[in-house]
Design a protein around this ligand. Sequence first.
Ligand SMILES: C[S@@+](CC[C@H](N)C(=O)[O-])C[C@H]1O[C@@H](n2cnc3c(N)ncnc32)[C@H](O)[C@@H]1O
Length: 459
Amino acid sequence: MSVTTLLTKIALERLGYVVPTARLQTEVLPKMEALAERSGYGSLSLFLQAISQMRDTHPHFVSFVDILTINETSFFRQQRQLAMIATNAQRMYQQLKRPIRIWCAACSSGEEAYSLLFLLHEKGVPCEIIGTDIHQPSLRIAKRGTGYPKYRTRNMTPTQLQRFVTVQEQTADVRLEFRDQIQFQYHNLIAHPPPRLGRLSQKQAWDLIVCRNVFIYFSAEQVCTVVRQMQGVLSEQGELWLGVNDTVQGYQSFLERKSQTGFKYFVSKLGDKVNASSISKEKDAQSKDTVWQSVSGAIQREAWQEAEQLLETLYRHPKSDKGRVLTVQGLLRLRQHDFSQAQRQLRKASIHARREPSIPYFLGVIAHKQRQGTIAKTHFTESIQRDVQFWPAQFLLGQYAYKEGQHTVCTAHLSQAKNRLHHPMSNFFQSIYPHLVESVHNNPKDVELLIEHYLSQLD
Ligand SMILES: C[S@@+](CC[C@H](N)C(=O)[O-])C[C@H]1O[C@@H](n2cnc3c(N)ncnc32)[C@H](O)[C@@H]1O
């Protein structure tokens, strides 16, 4: 694969970005080459291959994002539209009589989120705002709220300047009393579920989602997927506002487009939030599969937090396979040696997937790790009761019998395991097993050799 193709692929898969060819050639590739060299990789190709496996928080991945993203923003950017959003927030507040919850997505260094805060402050509307972005250096500025280049305040009126910021010769700071009123968080729109607000359930949490001037960089499919997710967390009267130049296709089945003095925004189609029935089953399955693929990718990159967030999205999916989601959540806990939480998740998983043999098997693995042999054996036995073909449980029971000197029992279990080694396991098991379970079972050939070894010892 050429470096251009590889770079384009990573940009699309990890950030949702479609990088225009001209920008790629004149700006992105030269900067990437310099970064690859600085980072000690022999070639750009090797660097990109490494990047594709890195977790989002890896310093090299952060630098990669830095080159690709365009973080241009300012206070009161597209101010007529912002004023319209603030007017609607005020109307919502009069109805709801509680602080208005705002998710300012892809907020760059925070100017947009602060501008909303200032506007609502002017109107006396209490609000809770979370600002998110994928670009770590911008987020650091947002959290600090100081040292903004002065020209970014160019759209503010003299009264606003006086009230909300302190201006120095070259820079401007948000006034202290406004600085800690917004939570800024790292968030990748195409990989993470929408952020939560405190302990509030994510479902229908957000009255306003403001996501401006980022979709222009995304593929049409990515925009549609992200917008679909946002719709799922809009409150009953919630509104989604995109930038004036942003477009979205394929939203008609779940969003209604509204227009106010020339500005478009979107509201959820009635009833859709509850059962998502208006998107076709096929699309639903596709989006679920895509998220499972992302889970698998995150696990391979050992991006545990990302995997957990994705699993939460899957869990809430109206047609999610809850047993599978809970099992993988349990296994992630198991990897972190949080055995009690892992057991809890797996027991819950078992309620949803009563016939799945791998769940008691994993419970057995936990008991085994905790040196509770008797309990482990009970779980492995249950696993075989669920599916007699499930050789990993037979194999471990054989090992227990071997250690306990029960040669006949051992031979029986190991022979059964050997006969079934090539029997196809459930998709459920196959999909989660290789990445998550540290054991000899990853390669049936190895297991076969081990079984032969044990059996020859018994002869
Ligand atoms: C042009 S700025 C827009 C900032 C602000 N919304 C505005 O309109 O002024 C685009 C922002 O989107 C962020 N971004 C790009 N891809 C993203 C992704 N996949 N997830 C979250 N943020 C992303 C970039 O880091 C950048 O800060």
